[in-house]
Design a protein around this ligand. Sequence first.
Ligand code: AQP
Length: 326
Amino acid sequence: MKRVLSGMQSSGQLTIGNYIGALRNYVKLQHLHQCFFMVVDMHAITVPQEPAALREQTEMAAALYVAAGLDPNKATIFLQSHVSAHAELGWIMTTLTNMGELERMTQFKDKAEGKDSVGAGLFTYPSLMAADILLYNADIIPVGDDQKQHLELTRDLANRFNNRFGEYFTMPEAYMPEVGARIMSLDDASKKMSKSSPNPGSFIGMLDEPDVIRKKLSRAVTDSGREVKFDPQNKREVSNLMSIYSHFAEMSLVEIEAKYEGQGYGPFKKDLAEQIVAVLEPIQQRYKEIRRSGEIHDVLKKGAQEAAEVANQTLLEVKKRMGFVL
Ligand code: AQP
């Protein structure tokens, strides 16, 4: 049995991009491996968060994990900030990281673009992410395509540590969906769909009401043609919507093309909205029950205990090897 680790930032409401790129895979993997799934609230504060919003977003994300099908008796579900070893190993990993490596990170460049002032945490966050993964000696990391570069850095840091202080860390491997590893924004298909986008029309939130989903899709940008065809080079917007369709309806791209041949975009977008609603509605129902019962607090408490047991052991070993007085 392998070890799986992944997490999402509580920087907004989870989107269908987070669902397709990561959460759906979490649910599958919990039946196959030993899994640790966290809400990375300490990553969320790399951009300013209002305290009340951070609290709500963090509980929302954890409750959505469970509502989407994560079982606290199968997987360890916890908050990053509840296990202090993350911050400690995060600092150690920062000291092993070179500035040049962080400067190359495209996500940092994207997030810093056009901002007058950027927090140092946004720059160093890939080192904390490396610590998140290495603390659990995880083998498999289910992530979307945007996290590939950060995972490469994690592997480099694991190698660097192993070379300097003796073989210890496992080399983690990314686990990505074949289609939909990068779901793009509904208003601009050159940008990835992001939960922290200031334009709510650019993403579909996992808690969006059915009518909101229908409206957002009817307004989603397409091209001036009318052919439902998967061609990411020339038909970026429609190809993105087709990837989403393929996931929610569990249909291949070829099947989708055949179904909408000669029909234009209208019926395709309408059906897509219904496919998304059909998957999200039961999750939203369960979500409401979970929030109402308050059970998520018990889930997170149990998860933090389980996670800390593994993480603290790793941290101790790392400190011993590096020469800290214990
Ligand atoms: N658009 C996407 N398509 C596919 N996968 C995605 N992921 C995120 N966006 C997409 C995957 O979701 C997981 C959680 O991501 P995160 O919360 O750690 O941060 P992120 O990658 O920066 O996601 P967002 O939604 O864009 O958050 P903000 O707006 O705060 O930056 C990851 O596995 C990610 O790959």
